[in-house]
Design a protein around this ligand. Structure first.
Ligand code: GDP
Ligand code: MG
Length: 300
């Protein structure tokens, strides 16, 4: 993972609702990607998918619902989405070629102009429009001066999708991969499952527990009967904290486990046997590996 030619980066996908962002991402996944971790957070954005292309690791992040904001909630969502774009190393704007430059897309283009400038443009759904319309659309967008490359694809059919990956992989900066190559799909489920338990831990213990408690998924076994056996370790920093997590006669950890299991079963769509253990580890929050596992920047 520390080879000098490795490259890595975050790519934000912008686009009005229904332009085909999810479809495109699924194509990326189907082609060359390990898989999607629905809940791991960078600072503001959700990681949608991670893709290895040659020496490059492409981490796609969501920018949920960029559209013309009317209500306060809409504005907040749009602000968060642009926050995600700001965190990215590279931006792609996806446009529905059949709809062209509608008001949603226009407002994204305007914001892009105000904000930071450059992106690649992907005209999607080319199967729905004829060539001359496509070309005039490409001209219209290219005249904004904001786009480095323009791709024309059909995400649904998979046409032109590999070219995008090839291009993006050349755009990533040199640096170590943030996720392991082959473990990734399992990793993300494990991280996700640990996050579920961590949430229950904090919901049930509130301020009784300092923030320095961590959960790690220790083992993950698919059982013959279709259920999953999951073992997790809750790490705390002192014996007194361990006692709090366990509760009287183990009642607290039992209740945390019960809540977590409900969510895990919903997430995985089948039965889960969850085993929780509590361990004291004084310095877990000084360990860079823990941060990397969570997709966090140790040096932030
Ligand atoms: P998102 O809201 O941007 O994530 O859009 P989706 O990926 O959910 O797609 C919205 C709709 O557009 C779905 O009905 C897709 O099947 C459809 N769609 C996506 N890509 C294409 C395409 O290349 N051609 C056509 N004809 N439809 C597409
Ligand atoms: Mg979608």
């Amino acid at each position: 993972m520390t080879e000098p030619n490795k490259r890595c980066g975050f790519i934000a996908i912008l686009g009005a609702p229904n332009v085909g962002k999810s479809t495109l991402l699924n194509q990326f996944v189907g082609l060359k990607i390990s898989i999607v971790s629905p809940k791991v957070q960078t600072t503001r954005a959700r990681i949608l998918g991670i893709c290895q292309k040659g020496d490059a690791q492409l981490i796609f992040i969501d920018t949920p619902g960029i559209f013309v904001p009317r209500r306060r909630l809409d504005r907040a969502m749009v602000a968060a989405a642009w926050g995600g774009a700001g965190d990215a190393d590279h931006i792609i704007l996806l446009v529905d070629a059949a709809r062209g430059m509608d008001s949603n897309t226009r407002s994204i283009v305007e914001r892009l102009r105000e904000k930071r400038g450059r992106a690649d443009l992907i005209l999607n759904k080319v199967d729905l429009v004829d060539k001359s319309k496509l070309l005039s659309l490409a001209t219209e967008f290219s005249e904004t001066g904001l786009f480095e490359e323009i791709f024309m694809v059909s995400a649904e059919r998979g046409d032109g999708v590999t070219d995008i990956l090839d291009h993006l992989s050349t755009k990533m900066k040199t640096g170590p991969w943030l996720f392991p190559e082959d473990q990734i799909s399992d990793m993300s489920e494990r991280i996700l499952a640990a996050e579920v338990t961590r949430e229950k831990l904090f919901l049930q213990l509130h301020k009784e527990l300092p923030y320095a408690a961590a959960v790690e998924t220790e083992s993950w076994q698919e059982q013959a009967d279709g259920s999953t056996r999951i073992e997790q370790i809750i790490y705390v920093q002192r014996d007194s904290q361990k006692a709090i997590v366990l509760g009287r006669k183990g009642s607290r950890i039992k209740s945390i486990g019960a809540d977590a299991r409900v969510d895990l079963e919903e997430m995985l769509g089948h039965r889960v046997h969850l085993f929780l253990f509590v361990k004291v580890r004084e310095k877990w929050d000084d360990d860079p590996d823990r941060y990397r596992d969570l997709g966090l920047d140790f040096n932030a």
